[in-house]
Design a protein around this ligand. Structure first.
Ligand SMILES: NC(=O)c1ccc[n+]([C@@H]2O[C@H](COP(=O)([O-])OP(=O)(O)OC[C@H]3O[C@@H](n4cnc5c(N)ncnc54)[C@H](O)[C@@H]3O)[C@@H](O)[C@H]2O)c1
Ligand SMILES: O=c1ccn([C@@H]2O[C@H](COP(=O)(O)OP(=O)(O)O[C@H]3O[C@H](CO)[C@H](O)[C@H](O)[C@H]3O)[C@@H](O)[C@H]2O)c(=O)[nH]1
Length: 345
C-alpha cells in the first residue's frame, strides 16, 4: 500500500488508560510490541498503564497533537478506544456523544489519512444492532441503533468504510458484546465513577459497597424471564485486537467483526455464578425493566472465527466473574490503583 508504515511500527492506543484499552496495552506489551497511549484521562487513569508506557496526555480530536505523535513515535497502526460509553448519558447529552465519539473520530481518521497510516482498529459495539429480532446476531443483521451512543459508533464505522474505499487505509471494526472481567494477573480491571454494568455492580455488592443489586425485569420472553447477554472476558477481547493487528499487518482486508463467544447467559445465571464463586447469597431484588434493554443479545461468531487467528483463553463465566471479583477486592485494598488521573478531575 502506498505510504503505509512498516509492520514493526509502533501502535498508537487511544483511550489506552481506560478499562478495555489498558488490557489491549497489556496484550500488546506482553507480545513485545511498541505502544504509545493517547488519552485525556477523562475516565482513564495513568495507573492503569504498565510501567514505562509512553502516555501522551491530550485529546483524540486534536489534529496537531496527532500529527506530532504519529511522526515522533513512528506510528503504523491506530487502535481507537477513546470515547464516551454510557448509554443513558448519551440519551441525555446526545451532542456530547456525537462530538466525542463521531466528530473526534473523524479528526483521527483524517489525521491517519494525511499521515499515510494505513491500519486502523476500532472499538465498535453491539449497540449498533439495536433490538435485533433473531439470534445469534451476525454482522449482516441490519444496523438500527436505538440510542445516540450506538448511532455515534455506527457513524464512525461508516466513515471508516468510506475512507477505506477512497484512501490507502484498511480497518477492522470490532463490535463488542458485553465486556467483563479483569486481567488474570490483576494488573488492570474496571474502575467506574458510576458503575452501570451488571458484573461490576455485582462485584460492588459482594464487597459491601452496595447494599443490594436490582434485577432490571424478570418478565422478558427469555428462559428465566431475565435478559440474556454474551459476556466476553476483557483479556480475550484485548487478544482479538492483537489478532486484528496481525490480520492487517499481513495485508488482510477491512472487516467488521462481532466480538463475543456466541453463548448467552441470563442475568439470573450471572448472579447465580457470583453466588457460587463467593459461596454467599447475593442481596438482590427484582426491579422494573430498564428502558432500552433488548431481551437477548448473542453474537454470531462465525466471521471472527474464520477471519482472525484468535482463540479465546478465558471463555467461561466463572473465570469472568472470579477475575472481576478479585479486581474489585484489590481496588478496595490498594489505593494506588484507584489514584485520581489528574489533579483537575
Ligand atoms: N465497556 C463496554 O462494555 C464496551 C462495549 C462496547 C464498546 N465499548 C467501546 O470500547 C471503548 C473503550 O471503552 P471502556 O469500557 O474501556 O471505557 P473507558 O471509559 O474505561 O475508556 C475510555 C478511555 O478513553 C479516554 N477518552 C475519552 N474521550 C477521550 C478524548 N476525547 N481524547 C482522549 N481520550 C479520551 C478516557 O479517558 C478513557 O481512558 C469505547 O470506545 C467504548 O465505546 C465498550
Ligand atoms: O444493576 C443492574 C445492571 C444490569 N442489569 C441487567 O444486566 C444486563 C446487562 O446489562 P449491562 O449494563 O451490564 O450491559 P448492556 O447489555 O446494557 O450494555 C452493554 O452492551 C451494549 C451492547 O448491546 C453496549 O455495548 C454497552 O456499552 C454495554 O455496556 C441487562 O439486561 C441489564 O438490564 C441488571 O439487571 N441490574
Amino acid at each position: 500500500m502506498t505510504g503505509e508504515k512498516s509492520d514493526s511500527a509502533t501502535v498508537l492506543v487511544t483511550g489506552g488508560a481506560g478499562y478495555i484499552g489498558s488490557h489491549a496495552v497489556l496484550a500488546l506489551r506482553d507480545r513485545g510490541r511498541a505502544v504509545v497511549v493517547l488519552d485525556d484521562l477523562s475516565t482513564g487513569r495513568r495507573s492503569a498503564l504498565p510501567e514505562g508506557t509512553v502516555l501522551v496526555e491530550g485529546d483524540v480530536g486534536d489534529k496537531a497533537l496527532l500529527a506530532d505523535t504519529f511522526a515522533r513515535h513512528g506510528i503504523g497502526t491506530v487502535m481507537h478506544f477513546a470515547g464516551s460509553i454510557v448509554v443513558p448519558d448519551s440519551v441525555e447529552r446526545p451532542l456530547a456523544y456525537y462530538r466525542n465519539n463521531t466528530v473526534k473520530s473523524q479528526a483521527l481518521i483524517e489525521a491517519c489519512v494525511e499521515a499515510g497510516i494505513g491500519r486502523f482498529i476500532f472499538s465498535s459495539t453491539a449497540a449498533v444492532y439495536g433490538m435485533p429480532e433473531r439470534l445469534p446476531i451476525d454482522e449482516r443483521t441490519p444496523t438500527k441503533p436505538i440510542n445516540p451512543y450506538g448511532s455515534s459508533k455506527l457513524m464512525t464505522e461508516w466513515m471508516l468504510r468510506d475512507s477505506a474505499a477512497a484512501h490507502p487505509l484498511r480497518y477492522v471494526a470490532l463490535r463488542y458484546f458485553n465486556v467483563a472481567g479483569a486481567d488474570p494477573q490483576g494488573r488492570s480491571g474496571q474502575v467506574s465513577k458510576v458503575a452501570t454494568h451488571l458484573i461490576k455492580i455485582a462485584a460492588q455488592t459482594v464487597t459491601g459497597q452496595r447494599a443490594e443489586l436490582q434485577i432490571f425485569g424478570d418478565d422478558y420472553d427469555t428462559p428465566d424471564g431475565t435478559c440474556v447477554r454474551d459476556y466476553i472476558h476483557v483479556s480475550d477481547l484485548a487478544d482479538a485486537h492483537v489478532a486484528a493487528l496481525r490480520h492487517l499487518e499481513a495485508g488482510g482486508a477491512s472487516e467488521v467483526l462481532n466480538c463475543g463467544y456466541g453463548r448467552g447467559y441470563s442475568v439470573r445465571e450471572v448472579l447465580a455464578m457470583v453466588e457460587r464463586v463467593t459461596g454467599k447469597p447475593l442481596p438482590m431484588r427484582i426491579g422494573p425493566r430498564r428502558a432500552g434493554d433488548p431481551p437477548a443479545l448473542v453474537a454470531g461468531v462465525e466471521r471472527i472465527g474464520r477471519t482472525l487467528d484468535w482463540t479465546p483463553r478465558h471463555a467461561d463465566l466463572e473465570t469472568i466473574v472470579a477475575s472481576a471479583l478479585a479486581w474489585e477486592e484489590r481496588l478496595l485494598k490498594d489505593h494506588s490503583v484507584r489514584q485520581p488521573s489528574s489533579p483537575s478531575r
